[in-house]
Design a protein around this ligand. Structure first.
Ligand code: C5P
Length: 226
């Protein structure tokens, strides 16, 4: 069978990562989290004390980044120079700095090049690749047979992020999350327009769906194209 690519974009808190992984598992395919790649580069820059005000230094770090991405949707691994960074790249220190790294044009060119190669390789080996990020449907894999934009109201996204980060979704927890989510959305919006579906991209609004409902909604779009 022809290698099949499912591209999923969305803002933080849209449920993109967990839904994409469940979809990949359900179709028996591999998985690529492109946000984790920008996070891994940010981790490397902090580790090597690269000046984050210096785009050229960040670009040089991107070009030489010894990055290995696992493709197992049930345990997506991320290694930098042999070090397992899967947990470290989720820290708030990385979350608050990753947009700065990801908005350097030469960084994007390099990461997009790697992402295209990884998607092709995963799809060839596993039959299907589910790739998720901010610019997969538009720039990295615009020819993918399935392209989905996962959206959710800001309220729903804040509630989910708050549960994820603080284990609660009461008003105080949401207030603590708001700044991070809203600011990162603003910073990222200079990278690509990921809140409005591009031509041919199917928007799936998960505001009123639970996790299973979101997975089912995406699988419905996938089945229609299979
Ligand atoms: O998806 P996640 O929130 O982990 O992504 C982390 C960051 O990586 C985003 O805030 C954004 O700055 C960047 N990113 C990107 N392009 C992608 C995926 C992520 O610029 N395709």
């Amino acid at each position: 069978p022809t290698p099949f690519v499912i591209a999923i974009d969305g803002p933080s808190g849209s449920g993109k990562s967990s839904v994409s992984r469940a979809v990949a598992s359900s179709v028996g395919g591999g998985y690529l989290d492109t946000g984790a790649m920008y996070r891994a580069l940010t981790w490397r820059c902090l580790h090597d004390e690269v000046d984050l005000q210096d785009p050229e230094a960040i670009s040089a770090a991107a070009l030489s980044l010894p990055l290995e991405m696992g493709d197992d949707p049930s345990a997506p691994s991320v290694h930098v120079g042999g070090t397992d960074v899967a947990e470290a790249i989720r820290s708030s220190g990385i979350s608050s700095r990753v947009s700065r790294v990801a908005t350097v044009p030469a960084v994007r060119t390099e990461m997009q090049r790697r992402q295209r190669a990884l998607i092709e390789d995963i799809a060839a080996r596993r039959g299907t690749c589910v790739a998720e990020g901010r610019d997969i449907t538009t720039v990295v894999a615009p020819d993918a047979p399935v392209r989905i934009l996962l959206t959710a109201s800001q309220e729903a996204r804040l509630r989910r992020r708050s549960l994820e980060v603080h284990g609660a979704s009461d008003e105080a927890a949401i207030a603590a999350t708001r700044d991070q989510v809203v600011r990162r959305d603003q910073d990222d919006s200079t990278v690509s327009q990921f809140t409005v579906a591009a031509d041919g991209v199917v928007a799936v609004d998960t505001s009123d769906l639970d996790f299973d409902g979101s997975v089912e909604a995406v699988l419905t779009v996938v089945r229609a194209a299979w």
